[in-house]
Design a protein around this ligand. Sequence first.
Ligand code: SF4
Length: 284
Amino acid sequence: MKKSEVLQAWARILAGRAPSLSIEITKECPLRCPGCYAFDAAHLGGSVQLRELSDFKGDVLVSRVLGLIDEHKPLHVSLVGGDPLVRYREVEALLPEIEKRGVYTQVVTSAFREIPRAWRRFKKLNVVVSVDGLQAEHDARRKPATYERILKNIRDARVTIHCTITAQIVARCGYLDEFLAFWTAQAEVDQVWFSLFTPQVGAVDPEILTVAQRTQVIAELQELRIKYAKLEMPDSLIEEIASPPSSPADCIFARTTTTISADLTTRITPCSLAASRTASSAAA
Ligand code: SF4
Protein backbone atom coordinates (compact mmCIF):
# COMPACT_ATOMS: atom_id res chain seq x y z
CA MET A 1 0.00 0.00 0.00
CA LYS A 2 1.22 3.50 -0.82
CA LYS A 3 1.60 6.19 1.87
CA SER A 4 -1.35 8.10 0.43
CA GLU A 5 -3.53 4.97 0.72
CA VAL A 6 -2.54 4.47 4.37
CA LEU A 7 -3.54 8.09 5.06
CA GLN A 8 -6.82 7.50 3.22
CA ALA A 9 -7.45 4.43 5.38
CA TRP A 10 -6.86 6.41 8.58
CA ALA A 11 -9.12 9.19 7.34
CA ARG A 12 -11.89 6.63 6.85
CA ILE A 13 -11.35 5.09 10.30
CA LEU A 14 -11.46 8.51 11.95
CA ALA A 15 -14.64 9.31 10.04
CA GLY A 16 -16.18 6.10 11.44
CA ARG A 17 -16.07 4.18 8.12
CA ALA A 18 -14.25 0.89 7.66
CA PRO A 19 -11.60 0.90 4.91
CA SER A 20 -12.05 -2.82 4.34
CA LEU A 21 -15.13 -4.71 3.14
CA SER A 22 -15.45 -8.49 3.35
CA ILE A 23 -18.28 -10.13 1.39
CA GLU A 24 -19.39 -13.75 1.59
CA ILE A 25 -20.44 -13.89 -2.05
CA THR A 26 -21.83 -17.41 -1.74
CA LYS A 27 -23.00 -19.78 0.97
CA GLU A 28 -21.82 -22.77 -1.06
CA CYS A 29 -18.62 -24.75 -0.71
CA PRO A 30 -17.78 -28.17 -2.15
CA LEU A 31 -15.72 -29.01 0.96
CA ARG A 32 -16.79 -29.94 4.47
CA CYS A 33 -13.73 -29.04 6.54
CA PRO A 34 -14.09 -29.90 10.21
CA GLY A 35 -14.27 -26.74 12.31
CA CYS A 36 -15.07 -24.38 9.39
CA TYR A 37 -16.18 -21.11 10.96
CA ALA A 38 -18.38 -20.11 8.01
CA PHE A 39 -20.70 -23.04 8.70
CA ASP A 40 -20.44 -22.84 12.46
CA ALA A 41 -23.88 -22.46 14.10
CA ALA A 42 -22.76 -19.22 15.78
CA HIS A 43 -21.25 -17.63 12.67
CA LEU A 44 -24.20 -15.30 12.04
CA GLY A 45 -25.00 -14.81 15.70
CA GLY A 46 -26.98 -18.02 16.27
CA SER A 47 -30.49 -17.12 15.02
CA VAL A 48 -29.79 -18.07 11.41
CA GLN A 49 -27.10 -20.15 9.74
CA LEU A 50 -25.17 -19.42 6.56
CA ARG A 51 -26.80 -22.29 4.63
CA GLU A 52 -30.26 -20.88 5.44
CA LEU A 53 -29.59 -17.53 3.77
CA SER A 54 -30.70 -16.85 0.19
CA ASP A 55 -27.67 -16.08 -1.90
CA PHE A 56 -27.36 -14.80 -5.45
CA LYS A 57 -25.92 -15.92 -8.79
CA GLY A 58 -25.11 -14.48 -12.20
CA ASP A 59 -25.60 -10.84 -13.15
CA VAL A 60 -27.67 -10.17 -10.03
CA LEU A 61 -24.77 -11.20 -7.80
CA VAL A 62 -22.30 -9.12 -9.81
CA SER A 63 -24.41 -5.97 -9.78
CA ARG A 64 -25.29 -6.31 -6.08
CA VAL A 65 -21.67 -6.82 -5.05
CA LEU A 66 -20.62 -3.80 -7.11
CA GLY A 67 -23.48 -1.89 -5.51
CA LEU A 68 -22.10 -2.70 -2.05
CA ILE A 69 -18.63 -1.60 -3.11
CA ASP A 70 -19.97 1.66 -4.52
CA GLU A 71 -21.95 2.24 -1.34
CA HIS A 72 -19.15 1.46 1.15
CA LYS A 73 -16.28 2.79 -1.00
CA PRO A 74 -13.66 0.57 0.67
CA LEU A 75 -9.97 0.58 -0.15
CA HIS A 76 -9.88 -3.20 0.08
CA VAL A 77 -12.47 -5.91 -0.65
CA SER A 78 -12.27 -9.57 0.38
CA LEU A 79 -14.39 -12.00 -1.60
CA VAL A 80 -14.97 -15.01 0.64
CA GLY A 81 -17.60 -17.70 1.13
CA GLY A 82 -18.28 -20.58 1.35
CA ASP A 83 -15.78 -20.68 -1.46
CA PRO A 84 -16.00 -17.70 -3.84
CA LEU A 85 -14.78 -19.87 -6.72
CA VAL A 86 -18.13 -21.66 -6.62
CA ARG A 87 -19.22 -18.39 -8.33
CA TYR A 88 -16.25 -18.47 -10.66
CA ARG A 89 -17.94 -16.72 -13.61
CA GLU A 90 -19.22 -13.96 -11.38
CA VAL A 91 -15.74 -13.46 -9.85
CA GLU A 92 -14.34 -13.23 -13.39
CA ALA A 93 -16.83 -10.44 -14.08
CA LEU A 94 -16.20 -8.70 -10.75
CA LEU A 95 -12.40 -8.54 -10.80
CA PRO A 96 -11.97 -6.05 -13.69
CA GLU A 97 -14.81 -3.91 -12.36
CA ILE A 98 -13.33 -3.74 -8.87
CA GLU A 99 -9.86 -3.01 -10.22
CA LYS A 100 -11.35 -0.24 -12.38
CA ARG A 101 -12.57 1.37 -9.15
CA GLY A 102 -8.99 1.38 -7.80
CA VAL A 103 -9.89 -1.05 -5.00
CA TYR A 104 -7.62 -3.90 -3.83
CA THR A 105 -9.25 -7.34 -4.00
CA GLN A 106 -8.52 -10.48 -2.06
CA VAL A 107 -10.11 -13.79 -3.10
CA VAL A 108 -9.92 -16.43 -0.37
CA THR A 109 -10.26 -19.98 -1.67
CA SER A 110 -9.34 -23.59 -1.05
CA ALA A 111 -8.19 -23.72 -4.73
CA PHE A 112 -10.58 -26.60 -5.38
CA ARG A 113 -10.64 -25.29 -8.95
CA GLU A 114 -8.11 -23.66 -11.24
CA ILE A 115 -6.87 -20.13 -10.56
CA PRO A 116 -6.62 -18.68 -14.08
CA ARG A 117 -3.22 -17.51 -15.27
CA ALA A 118 -5.04 -14.53 -16.82
CA TRP A 119 -5.72 -13.18 -13.32
CA ARG A 120 -2.06 -12.22 -13.12
CA ARG A 121 -2.98 -9.13 -15.11
CA PHE A 122 -4.83 -7.65 -12.13
CA LYS A 123 -2.39 -5.42 -10.27
CA LYS A 124 -4.54 -5.07 -7.16
CA LEU A 125 -5.57 -8.72 -6.78
CA ASN A 126 -4.34 -11.17 -4.16
CA VAL A 127 -5.58 -14.77 -4.35
CA VAL A 128 -5.21 -16.38 -0.93
CA VAL A 129 -5.21 -20.17 -0.78
CA SER A 130 -6.04 -21.72 2.59
CA VAL A 131 -3.81 -24.65 3.49
CA ASP A 132 -4.29 -26.64 6.71
CA GLY A 133 -0.71 -27.66 7.48
CA LEU A 134 1.49 -30.25 5.80
CA GLN A 135 0.13 -32.65 3.22
CA ALA A 136 -0.93 -35.50 5.53
CA GLU A 137 -3.00 -33.24 7.80
CA HIS A 138 -4.27 -31.01 5.01
CA ASP A 139 -5.39 -33.83 2.73
CA ALA A 140 -7.25 -35.54 5.58
CA ARG A 141 -9.18 -32.33 6.34
CA ARG A 142 -9.62 -30.76 2.93
CA LYS A 143 -10.32 -33.56 0.49
CA PRO A 144 -10.91 -33.06 -2.48
CA ALA A 145 -8.81 -29.83 -2.33
CA THR A 146 -5.68 -31.86 -1.64
CA TYR A 147 -2.05 -30.68 -2.00
CA GLU A 148 -1.94 -32.40 -5.39
CA ARG A 149 -5.07 -30.58 -6.54
CA ILE A 150 -3.87 -27.21 -5.23
CA LEU A 151 -0.50 -27.52 -6.98
CA LYS A 152 -2.30 -28.33 -10.24
CA ASN A 153 -4.81 -25.51 -9.82
CA ILE A 154 -2.31 -22.75 -8.97
CA ARG A 155 0.06 -23.62 -11.81
CA ASP A 156 1.06 -20.39 -13.59
CA ALA A 157 -1.03 -18.28 -11.19
CA ARG A 158 0.24 -16.00 -8.42
CA VAL A 159 -1.02 -16.80 -4.93
CA THR A 160 -0.55 -16.25 -1.22
CA ILE A 161 -0.63 -19.34 0.98
CA HIS A 162 -2.37 -18.92 4.33
CA CYS A 163 -2.20 -21.38 7.22
CA THR A 164 -3.74 -21.11 10.67
CA ILE A 165 -1.36 -22.34 13.36
CA THR A 166 -2.97 -24.73 15.83
CA ALA A 167 -1.73 -26.51 18.95
CA GLN A 168 -1.36 -29.70 16.90
CA ILE A 169 0.96 -27.93 14.44
CA VAL A 170 3.10 -26.42 17.20
CA ALA A 171 3.37 -29.77 18.96
CA ARG A 172 5.54 -31.19 16.16
CA CYS A 173 9.06 -29.76 16.24
CA GLY A 174 10.09 -28.11 12.94
CA TYR A 175 6.57 -28.19 11.46
CA LEU A 176 6.49 -24.51 10.43
CA ASP A 177 9.97 -24.74 8.90
CA GLU A 178 8.91 -27.80 6.88
CA PHE A 179 5.71 -26.06 5.78
CA LEU A 180 7.62 -22.98 4.64
CA ALA A 181 10.31 -25.02 2.89
CA PHE A 182 7.61 -26.69 0.79
CA TRP A 183 5.40 -23.74 -0.07
CA THR A 184 8.05 -21.04 -0.55
CA ALA A 185 9.75 -23.34 -3.08
CA GLN A 186 6.69 -23.17 -5.34
CA ALA A 187 7.22 -20.59 -8.08
CA GLU A 188 3.53 -19.59 -8.03
CA VAL A 189 3.65 -18.64 -4.35
CA ASP A 190 4.40 -14.95 -3.79
CA GLN A 191 4.08 -15.00 -0.02
CA VAL A 192 3.04 -17.11 2.95
CA TRP A 193 0.87 -15.87 5.80
CA PHE A 194 0.26 -17.47 9.16
CA SER A 195 -2.37 -16.66 11.72
CA LEU A 196 -2.90 -18.22 15.12
CA PHE A 197 -5.98 -20.17 16.10
CA THR A 198 -8.13 -17.73 18.07
CA PRO A 199 -10.93 -19.25 20.15
CA GLN A 200 -14.03 -17.66 21.58
CA VAL A 201 -14.02 -16.87 25.27
CA GLY A 202 -14.71 -20.10 27.15
CA ALA A 203 -13.91 -22.43 24.22
CA VAL A 204 -11.91 -25.58 24.95
CA ASP A 205 -10.91 -26.68 21.44
CA PRO A 206 -7.85 -28.93 21.11
CA GLU A 207 -6.53 -26.42 18.55
CA ILE A 208 -6.05 -23.73 21.22
CA LEU A 209 -2.40 -22.86 21.86
CA THR A 210 -1.13 -22.67 25.40
CA VAL A 211 0.68 -19.54 26.53
CA ALA A 212 3.99 -21.43 26.23
CA GLN A 213 3.14 -22.58 22.70
CA ARG A 214 2.20 -19.04 21.68
CA THR A 215 5.55 -17.77 22.99
CA GLN A 216 7.33 -20.57 21.11
CA VAL A 217 5.52 -19.69 17.86
CA ILE A 218 6.42 -16.01 18.13
CA ALA A 219 10.10 -16.92 18.58
CA GLU A 220 9.98 -19.36 15.65
CA LEU A 221 8.29 -16.85 13.36
CA GLN A 222 10.90 -14.23 14.16
CA GLU A 223 13.61 -16.64 13.02
CA LEU A 224 11.72 -18.08 10.07
CA ARG A 225 10.93 -14.75 8.50
CA ILE A 226 14.68 -14.16 8.16
CA LYS A 227 15.17 -17.61 6.65
CA TYR A 228 12.22 -17.35 4.25
CA ALA A 229 11.79 -14.03 2.42
CA LYS A 230 8.32 -15.10 1.29
CA LEU A 231 7.08 -15.28 4.89
CA GLU A 232 5.25 -11.98 5.13
CA MET A 233 5.32 -11.32 8.87
CA PRO A 234 6.32 -7.73 9.67
CA ASP A 235 7.25 -6.81 13.25
CA SER A 236 3.92 -5.07 13.82
CA LEU A 237 2.02 -8.24 12.90
CA ILE A 238 4.16 -10.46 15.12
CA GLU A 239 3.62 -7.99 17.98
CA GLU A 240 -0.15 -8.14 17.35
CA ILE A 241 -0.01 -11.95 17.55
CA ALA A 242 2.12 -11.83 20.69
CA SER A 243 -0.41 -9.58 22.43
CA PRO A 244 -3.81 -10.39 20.93
CA PRO A 245 -6.70 -8.02 21.72
CA SER A 246 -8.78 -9.03 24.72
CA SER A 247 -12.03 -8.04 23.00
CA PRO A 248 -13.28 -7.32 19.46
CA ALA A 249 -13.45 -3.64 20.43
CA ASP A 250 -9.66 -3.64 20.53
CA CYS A 251 -9.20 -5.78 17.40
CA ILE A 252 -7.79 -3.92 14.42
CA PHE A 253 -9.52 -6.35 11.99
CA ALA A 254 -12.94 -5.87 13.60
CA ARG A 255 -12.49 -2.11 13.70
CA THR A 256 -11.42 -1.70 10.10
CA THR A 257 -13.58 -4.28 8.31
CA THR A 258 -17.28 -4.39 7.48
CA THR A 259 -18.33 -8.01 6.89
CA ILE A 260 -21.47 -8.90 4.95
CA SER A 261 -22.89 -12.38 4.52
CA ALA A 262 -24.26 -14.25 1.51
CA ASP A 263 -27.66 -12.53 1.37
CA LEU A 264 -25.60 -9.35 0.83
CA THR A 265 -27.55 -7.73 3.64
CA THR A 266 -26.73 -9.47 6.93
CA ARG A 267 -23.83 -7.83 8.75
CA ILE A 268 -21.52 -10.14 10.66
CA THR A 269 -20.65 -8.41 13.91
CA PRO A 270 -18.37 -7.60 15.56
CA CYS A 271 -16.52 -9.43 12.76
CA SER A 272 -16.52 -12.80 11.01
CA LEU A 273 -13.96 -14.23 13.42
CA ALA A 274 -15.37 -12.90 16.64
CA ALA A 275 -18.96 -13.75 15.66
CA SER A 276 -18.27 -17.44 15.67
CA ARG A 277 -15.77 -19.84 17.03
CA THR A 278 -12.72 -19.33 14.89
CA ALA A 279 -11.86 -22.54 13.11
CA SER A 280 -8.52 -24.11 12.63
CA SER A 281 -9.01 -23.22 9.02
CA ALA A 282 -10.06 -19.90 7.63
CA ALA A 283 -13.00 -20.15 5.27
CA ALA A 284 -12.49 -20.98 2.44
S1 SF4 B 1 -13.03 -23.93 5.62
FE1 SF4 B 1 -13.34 -22.99 3.60
S2 SF4 B 1 -13.10 -24.72 2.18
FE2 SF4 B 1 -13.49 -25.62 4.19
S3 SF4 B 1 -15.72 -25.92 4.30
FE3 SF4 B 1 -15.26 -23.90 5.19
S4 SF4 B 1 -15.54 -22.49 3.48
FE4 SF4 B 1 -15.29 -24.52 2.59
